[in-house]
Ligand binder design. Structure first.
Ligand SMILES: [Zn+2]
Length: 291
């Protein structure tokens, strides 16, 4: 009797409970330098690119599958490396939708908005000039340092402030160890996975790609399960964007942006009303500069 009433309760409330379980919309941004097995520019855009490219796709697919297993109702993937056309749409997990191509105003986080419940960064890397950051850079080698409200950030930081603007938590990140450590400081409570240890700018000790994918899948599931405990980051407004460029002529070019201030020969500063404007201005500085 007890057994049948329990069964009745399950039949009654099981499906209702599942339906009542609210949507879980996941945003996934995928870069390439922080993918397991990759350590050189030849792999991220040169002679070894076609060999390395499927490694990026496989890590994206591992994260997508794990997100759906963890209850995701929608996954949007943004290709966030170089031309932003690295992920072959026909080989991506068919349950996900893909944002592809360049230029897009919000670059690495195009399409992210307040309708999402969680953000994941795969294949990310440390900021420019960080010790032992494998292929560490911030957009391009023309940007020596980028600071948001006085704090040094990499691409994860400018992308992360958009998530913060929309009050969506960044719950899981993967990349090289230097990045994972930076990310833990920037996104308190984030699940951060190091898939390789930097030996230098173009050398690393890396997990086997299949092992990295298993760890990514496990990490994504854990992170999504405890996403309510991970708070979105808060970015104080106005947002002060400060960029130190490599040469004065690139700072001269940045001064074409109305409202840009010159701090010194190679450094420019912009006071943005919010993170959205700050992001677009940081993209503009990069686009106006020459490598
Ligand atoms: Zn990058």
């Amino acid at each position: 009797m007890l057994r049948s009433s329990l069964l009745g309760a399950i039949l009654l409330f099981g499906p209702t409970g599942a339906a009542a379980q609210s949507k879980l919309k996941v945003y996934l941004s995928v870069d390439m330098e922080g993918i397991a097995g990759i350590a050189t520019a030849a792999q991220t855009g040169g002679s070894d690119y076609e060999w390395a490219r499927p490694l990026m796709l496989a890590e994206a697919n591992a994260a997508i599958a794990a997100a759906f297993e963890a209850g995701a109702t929608e996954v949007v993937v943004n290709d966030a490396h170089g031309s932003h056309t690295n992920l072959r749409a026909d080989q991506l997990d068919r349950r996900a939708t893909l944002v592809t191509g360049q230029p897009k105003p919000y670059g690495m986080v195009e399409g992210l908005d307040g309708s999402f419940d969680a953000v994941i960064f795969i294949g990310y890397h440390g900021h420019a000039n960080q010790v032992d950051a494998v292929l560490g850079h911030t957009y391009s080698h023309a940007l020596r340092h980028a600071r948001i409200n006085g704090r040094e950030v990499g691409e994860y930081g400018t992308a992360g402030m958009i998530a913060g603007h929309y009050r969506v938590p960044v719950v899981f990140v993967s990349g090289d160890r230097a990045f994972a450590e930076e990310a833990k400081r920037f996104f308190p409570g984030v699940e951060a996975l190091a898939v390789k240890d930097g030996i230098g700018f173009t050398a690393a000790k890396t997990l086997h790609p299949s092992v990295a994918r298993e760890k990514i899948a496990a990490g994504v599931k854990t992170a999504l399960a405890r996403r309510s405990q991970i708070a979105p980051i808060t970015i104080a407004t106005p947002v002060i964007v400060e960029v130190e460029l490599d040469i004065a002529s690139n700072a001269d070019a940045a001064m074409f942006v109305p409202g840009m201030e010159r701090v010194d020969g190679v450094t420019v500063r912009y006071r943005a009303p919010d993170a959205l404007v700050a992001y677009r201005v940081s993209r503009l500085i990069r686009m106006l500069s020459r490598d």
